[in-house]
Write a protein that binds this ligand. Structure first.
Ligand code: ASP
Ligand code: MG
Length: 405
């Protein structure tokens, strides 16, 4: 018996049959004596469809109106689930973001949750209602509807779980948990029983798209246990928890691959104070996020500066780099889009040496050249040619002992 938040993603509520399936699952949890608060996404594809419709009117729709539009996706599923549960004789009530008191800032399209009142949710729960909250949406202090950024219903769910002090936040999705690698790339990948918030944060930012990264930040900050599991099976998924919870003792718990970055090199840049600022300030000014940065010094007072940016920012970043290169008299600008960033992640790295050496020698054994390297306390990333990315994931997966029997 407990208080459980269940969040169902777009594929889990994609049509009326699936909504009925979700209703059965919610009802079963409720019948076991739990209180249940459900947070929903829009039906799969609906948010994209709505955006597309607005785009056919104008490429510059006002963000405020876009949020009013996008919020209808979650309004629809919340109402449909409430109607379904009521038709099964359960007392259920749907709430939109503003009714659930999800207060955000005014950053339309990418709003941050400032506070969740949760009074109304708690009251309804107390009266034994199944409460269904539209995910992804909130409102600002003037009552304008806001949305939390793509994939934001994960964050809604964790935030609501925090506000009502739920025992667990279950995230139902179309995969049955977090894997040691993408099973589509690596047949020997296996599901992890547990993963720490920090590992999940690294892996989310590296492109494992199971959870919106902000939801993990939220869960970590407030220590909310998150259970990632499939709505299509009864099997236990993966618990995302505090590092101190007993874990499998893996040094490395996941191998990820990100093909969404591109590399830019400014060659033979004068090795002087202020040069890096000259290069990176205009990039930052244009809202371009730089990921890896490597500088290597040549003998002659010159240096090469290499960095990576998201592929979506590549053209703009290249243009800016070429302009700066001219100003600072760099010899030339080189770039490549066909790269992949392969990363090994694990909290075990904090207490084990030799992870980097093993990663490099494993790649070397396959004759894979490493172009860039970056590290954090619990991650090592190497940029390689994109065409070797799948091979790299597989050989690293075996080298670090992650292959299932
Ligand atoms: N419906 C929104 C999206 O597609 C939010 C979500 O599903 O989490 O991004
Ligand atoms: Mg999602």
């Amino acid at each position: 018996m407990g208080l459980i938040v269940q969040k169902y993603g777009g594929t889990s509520v994609a049509d009326l049959d699936r909504i009925r399936h979700v209703a059965n699952r919610v009802a079963k949890t409720f019948d076991k004596g739990n209180n249940v608060v459900v947070v929903l996404s829009a039906m799969a594809g609906i948010t994209d469809g709505l955006l597309d419709m607005a785009g056919r009117i104008t490429a510059s729709a006002e963000k405020r109106e876009l949020d009013v539009l996008l919020a209808t996706g979650e309004q629809t599923t919340a109402a449909l689930l409430a109607i379904t549960l009521k038709s099964m004789n359960y007392s259920a009530k749907s709430l939109m973001g503003y009714q659930a008191e999800v207060l955000t800032n005014r950053d339309f399209g990418n709003a941050r949750i400032v506070d969740i009142g949760a009074g109304r949710i708690k009251k309804l729960v107390k009266k034994n209602n199944i409460v269904i909250v539209a995910g992804f949406q909130g409102c600002d202090s003037d009552g304008n509807i806001t949305t939390l950024g793509r994939g934001g219903s994960d964050t809604s769910a964790v935030a609501i779980a925090t506000a009502i002090k739920a025992d667990v936040c279950e995230i139902y999705t179309d995969v049955d948990g977090i894997y040691t690698a993408d099973p589509n790339i690596c047949k020997k990948a296996r599901k992890l029983d547990k993963i720490s918030y920090d590992e999940m944060l690294e892996m989310s930012s590296l492109g494992a798209k199971v959870l919106q990264i902000r939801s993990v930040e939220f869960a970590k900050k407030y220590n909310v246990p998150v259970h990632v599991r499939s709505s299509f099976s009864e099997k236990e998924g993966t618990m995302v928890v505090n590092e101190n919870v007993e874990m499998e003792h893996l040094v490395v718990s996941g191998i990820t691959c990100n093909k969404n970055e591109a590399r830019i090199t400014l060659k033979k840049v004068p090795d002087q104070p202020g040069i890096a600022a000259k290069i990176f300030s205009p990039l930052a000014g244009s809202g371009i996020l730089v990921d890896m940065i490597i500088q290597n010094t040549r003998a002659s007072g010159l240096t090469d500066l290499t960095f990576t940016v998201a592929k979506t920012d590549y053209n703009r970043a290249l243009e800016i780099s070429k302009k700066v290169a001219e100003e600072i008299k760099a010899e030339e600008v080189l770039s490549a889009e066909n790269i992949a960033k392969i990363s090994v992640t694990g909290v075990g790295m904090k207490s084990h040496s030799g992870v980097a050496a093993k990663m490099f020698s494993t790649l070397a054994n396959e004759n894979i050249n490493i172009r860039l390297i970056s590290t954090s306390e619990i991650r090592i990333s190497c940029v390689i040619k994109e065409k070797y990315s799948e091979l790299a994931v597989r050989v690293l997966h075996s080298a670090f002992g992650l292959d299932k029997e």
